[in-house]
Ligand binder design. Sequence first.
Ligand SMILES: [Zn+2]
Length: 503
Amino acid sequence: MIGSFKTDRSSTEAGQNRIAPTSGSSAKRSRFVDAHRHADTAVFSDSFGKAELRQGLTTVINGNCGLSAAPVFGPHKADVAAYLFPITGELSDLPVESLAAYSAALSARSLPIHAGMLIGLGTVRAAVAGFEKDLTDGDYRAIRALLERTLSEGALGVSLGLGYAPECFFDTAGLVRALEPIRHTNITLSVHMRSESMNLLPSIDEALALANALHVPLQISHLKAVGRERWGTLVYDALEKIRRAREDGLDVQCDAYPYTAGSTQLLHVLPPEFLAGGTEAIARRLIDPTAQRILKERFETGTDYDNYAMLLGWENIEISSVRCGEDKPLVGKTVAEAAGDAEPWRFCAGLLSRNRCAVTMIDRLTSEDDIAAIYREPFSYVISDATYPKDGIPHPRVYGTFVHILERFVRERKTLSLPAAIRKMTRMPADRYGLNGKGRIAVGADADLLVFDPDRIRDRATFADPARCGEGMETVLVNGVPAVENGVCTGIGNGTVLKRRNP
Ligand SMILES: [Zn+2]
């Protein structure tokens, strides 16, 4: 667990994180836990761990937003891998045909920190039925069977990405049907909602309806209200909905990342009907003159989906990675800048098409006051939503999220007390996914410990210079072994692959 010791050692963690002087079995858990990361393939990289340990992370959970790197197999494998690439990274050399194979390969490596996986319903649906809009009864049976199998292989929970294809093609009833294997379990359903702006409140209603129908714990992922016009109001209405649902007895929480910009596939700007058929079909559609006429109008007037072109403007959407060498000079520019004299929407369509959709963006979408309002709620915790683009520009959250919280939201803004912040980065996410032994300091708990002076923690990662590790994590222990000493990574790999214990 975390130990945030001041130099006089007078301030320990607060709240639930105090060291329990009990004997034996009271489980404890670890230090900073990031329950929403996209390091699905990054965990296999030799460089993995440094950015995480230097901000105090000892546990990460991948497979979020419906986009898990496993299980990917069968006739749609290449399509699924191409689609996942901008978020999860390259699957081609990894054993991703099942979570069991993935976990076995990861266990064989020297892992710097602990890593677990959610099963993404988007990946499951795409593996079974590709990117088509409609499912047959047989498809539903196959989806349920694959969910069951993957859960039995140790997935910590199930994630949805309802803003992404092919999950955006599910209606609520279809989701309930597909998710039958988790009905009446304590398996957490983590939901990236259908809308985070125009239809945020109906999207929360849908997530709550899912949890009510299935009787499962609900985690609302990266809550935010996208678009300047909605800042300061909409997120409060969203929080009120969650509060009321909790009062009604539903086990619902939410999480948020501490930055006003997000990062995801540039594809996310498209209306959902443009996302059918997989990346090759999308790439062809985007340069078809008839489809382009429709696309232009959808960008200009569409209000039935999160229309980033309208909500944010092309000047707030920055290109952060591309696949084509010829487009690399565009990285770091906004779509508006990169388009030059061309119409930005047409430029965006062309860019996506020639890169076979493998383009990521950093999009400026929310306000820090909204983020603070979310963090003030006792039912919210901290996540990063970090992705690992192979080249291009990473989002600073990859390097800075957990020290950013301590520096910005505890020390500077005073949004959170230190104990409250620690709880939101340790025990709450650990408990959400049943990580017994992580998230608190206690006898019998895993000896994942941090020692730092909260006054000296510094986040050095910025949007202009994102790949900079945090400062101030003096000592990090992973299962009792020093992974960071005197602020320097030791290179010792003592992490484990986390699996859900099946009842
Ligand atoms: Zn997401």
